[in-house]
Design a protein around this ligand. Sequence first.
Ligand code: BT5
Length: 271
Amino acid sequence: MLRYHYRNLIPDKITQDLRTKILGRKIIYLDTVDSTNSEGRRRFTPEGEGIVILSEQQTAGRGRLGREWTSPRNKGIWMSILLKPDQPPDRIPRLTMVGAAAVCLALEIVEPSLGTKVQIKWPNDLLLGEKKVGGILTEMQVSGGKAQSVVLGIGLNVSLEEDDFPSELLMKATSLYLGTGRAYDREIIIAEILNSFEPLYQEFSGGSIAKSLTICRQRSAVIGRNVILVNKGIVEEAEVLDLGPQGELVVKLAKGDIASVVSGEISLRML
Ligand code: BT5
């Protein structure tokens, strides 16, 4: 039975619940877009830090490495935040973990029991009951050795049902609705993501991700687990020991060596 009444977002309802100074003070709300991250890149101006782009649907939503992101109308949070952090480009990918931590905190505020069920699969997947419920995509444009613009994309499946997913995703993807049987208003979740993200982003801008890392460790789906690391075609089994101080994955390889893995080309499968 369809328990949801699918409706458009009401941006004013997001604003009502915002406790931020910068993030989300301007919301660009669209009906349809190729990708909110692409729109963010097109609309970026140096004064535009904190602008949030939301769309009811994306026709070319994307994940990392050119992968597709399923984004049906009215059923998820398809959102990008425009940022201009004064940090070297090699630190920008860490924002992915800051974003993942913020989503976990936000879900916990919306509903404590839901919050504790959502886990982070390093570096950018959000899982609910071992299935993917969301993901983060951080993109930047660099010139003169500086990150000129950063667009942090967040995708969260709120009310997708099974037939909203392409068949190849059915086994590995879920939504808040499918995972809990409950309906959630998207506005409050968006507001709480922004409320949670802002202080963590300020910490990042000051050069630290300590608080985000604490959350990512507590919520890690991979620490203590055996995984398969795939790096440019090379497949290796490892046990995940921890997240290092820069957000890198600390693993014990099959031969017993301890190694640090930074995100980027690596993909990780759970055993
Ligand atoms: C991600 O990539 O997980 C990042 C997803 C970011 C999406 C947001 S939506 C707003 C903003 N605008 C965009 O265009 N993107 C961002 P990755 O780890 O590469 O995962 C992609 C893989 O997840 C795909 O290859 C599919 O296997 C799977 N997938 C696609 N759509 C999904 C969905 N809606 N839910 C769960 N899994 C999905």
